[in-house]
Each structure stands twice: as C-alpha cells, then as structure tokens.
Design a binder for this molecule. Structure first.
Ligand code: CA
Length: 220
C-alpha cells in the first residue's frame, strides 16, 4: 500500500513518514500544495494524508481539484485544532475522514487502515484467503494458524493482493502500490517476491494469469 503525505511542517512530515514506513507502507511526501497536487494527480496512491493549511496551494483547493479530475483515492485531512469549519469544508470538498492536530501517529495509522479497508470493500481488519490470514492491525500473517514471517516487501505485496482478492492485478499495478517514488523499480523483483510468498504460504495461493498478472484464490 502506497501513501502520499502532504504536510508543510518538516518535523511532523518526517514523523509521519517514519511512522507509516514502520507500519509497512510505501510513503511519498510533499511539503506544499503544488507538489502535493502534482503527485496526487500523476501517481497512484492507496490513500492520502492532506494538511489543509499549506503554502502555494491550500489543501482544500488541492482536494477539490483531485475530485474534479476524478481522482477517487481515500483522503484524510489534517485540520487545525477544534476548527469545525475546517472539518465541514474538508468533508464537503470530498475528504473521507479528518483528524485534528495535535494527534497520535497511532490514531492516524488506525484511521488510515480503516479508510484503505473501506475503499477495498472490506469490513474487518483481518483479511482471509483460504488458510492464510493477514491482520492489517498487527501486520501478522499466518498459515493454518501458524505465524509466517514475511519481509516488508513481501508483506506489502501480499497485503495489496489480499485487499483486492479475486481480481487480476498486473505487475505494473503492484509496482505502483508497493514502492515509493524514490525506489528503483524493477518489475522482475515482483516475480521474485511472488515466488518467495508461494514458498512460504503455499504454491496455489497466488495464481498467474499469463500476460495479465496475479490474483489471489480462495483455496483451502
Ligand atoms: Ca500546515
């Protein structure tokens, strides 16, 4: 899962980036509205965290432009403390959730998880495919109830496939959702991760549709 954070306070931006990365997300950042607008218009994100008070272009305008352009990714806006008018304006402009500053990074991550889950049409924090379970809250993966250790990239890839179970996902789409912007992307590594996940979780969990991509099947 890949997240964009648009926030002009350098310390908060750093704190959010490291917190989100530790929680297993690929993270891109922008420190003003212009950069944020550009990234959100041109790159693919599973969710965006958007501060409303931003230099260059304010957050509400950024959000409004995305929505008018048909960019539908879930957006959580950060508002000034107790500013109910900010909250209302944010929700009116198409925000999916808001959080008032100051906040705990843990709460932000919990809300973000819920947003991504809802966008994928999942009601619970535990995703299941056959004998494999992935707990999006703890980041734990198990096979037949036994914990299985995955690397950060393997987890990101499996999590994306599990959020979109039953759909065929192309390599390009996987690359867009598991790496941040600065990462040296190589589509061959996807093949490698898939092979490793199959080794750890069973060879029939992920099926390959030649020329199209990969999908998760509900085998037992
Ligand atoms: Ca600000």
């Amino acid at each position: 899962m890949r997240i964009l954070v648009v926030e002009d306070e350098p310390n908060l931006l750093r704190q959010l980036k490291s917190g989100l990365e530790a929680a297993g997300y690929a993270v891109d950042t922008a420190a003003d509205g212009e950069d944020g607008l550009y990234l959100g218009s041109t790159e693919t994100y599973d969710a965006v965290i958007l501060d409303l008070g931003l230099p260059e272009i304010d957050g509400l305008t950024v959000l409004d432009r995305w929505r008018k352009d048909g960019r539908a990714m879930p957006v959580l806006v950060l508002t000034a403390r107790d500013s109910w008018s900010d909250k209302v304006a944010g929700l009116d402009a198409g925000a999916d959730d808001y959080l008032a500053k100051p906040f705990q990074t843990e709460e932000l991550i919990a809300r973000l998880r819920a947003l991504i889950r809802r966008a994928a049409g999942k009601a619970t924090s535990e995703l299941v495919a056959g004998a494999v379970r992935l707990d999006t809250r703890s980041g734990r993966v198990s096979l037949n109830g036994e914990p299985v250790k995955l690397t950060a990239q393997e987890f990101k890839l499996l999590s994306y496939l599990m959020h979109h179970k039953g759909k065929v996902i192309s390599r390009t789409e996987l690359i867009e959702h598991i790496y941040d912007q600065d990462f040296d992307r190589d589509s061959n590594t996807i093949e490698v991760f898939i092979t490793r996940i199959r080794k750890k979780l069973g060879s029939d969990l992920i099926s390959t549709t030649r020329g199209l991509g990969y999908s998760l099947t509900d085998v037992d």
